[in-house]
Ligand binder design. Sequence first.
Ligand code: 4HQ
Length: 231
Amino acid sequence: MIFDVLTLFPEMIENYFSYSILKRAVDNGILSVNTINPRDYTLNKHKKVDDTPYGGGAGMVLMPQPYVDAYESIVRKENTVTIMLSPQGEPLNDQIVNELAGYEQIIMLCGHYEGFDERIREIIKPREISIGDFVLTGGELPALCLIDAVSRKLDGTLGKIESADEDSFSNGLIEYPHYTKPREYRGLKVPEVLLNGNHKEINEFRYQESLKRTKLKRPDLYSAYIEKLSK
Ligand code: 4HQ
């Protein structure tokens, strides 16, 4: 999987892949991350990438030429999707993450300041994705969220022990509680059922805990789960 990220701050993206599971995935050739800086595609001598909005108002708007030229410089694979990170996009979820994990290449547009000149959308026609209903200073964190979530779905990124199929959302429920050593901490005991080695009972306990938690913490997911069960 190739991730190509258009960003004015390439180091913000690159540094994230120097650690832990994603570093291992890059080293193993499961994914690669390239950054493209629209500032390198400016045609004016001050390397200006933004300007004041027509019609007035606060903030700066990203100019179309550096973004469109930077975008068009990327070598496209056959199976490629282009995504713009923006609060106006469809909210990211596990289903979309799975869908995106099926592409060979994901090109991402990260903005800053007030946002993109609308003609960038009109020309590139990206799929717009939001990581939540709040506003950040730039699209780099959302791009990293997306790359991180997609990467852990790729074959070989997670070891068998870290496997993704028992994660929250993979079955529409949030995860059951986890325990490790010691068996008792500050008077709080690990549930007895987890110690007896009966995997049928353990699975049943975990499933019931998942259900309970989802009902309590995410009634929206719980309703959807029950509805799907009864179909
Ligand atoms: N921004 N989900 C504004 C976001 C955002 C989000 C990215 C801030 C784009 C121009 N992106 N820039 N929430 O808040 O994706």
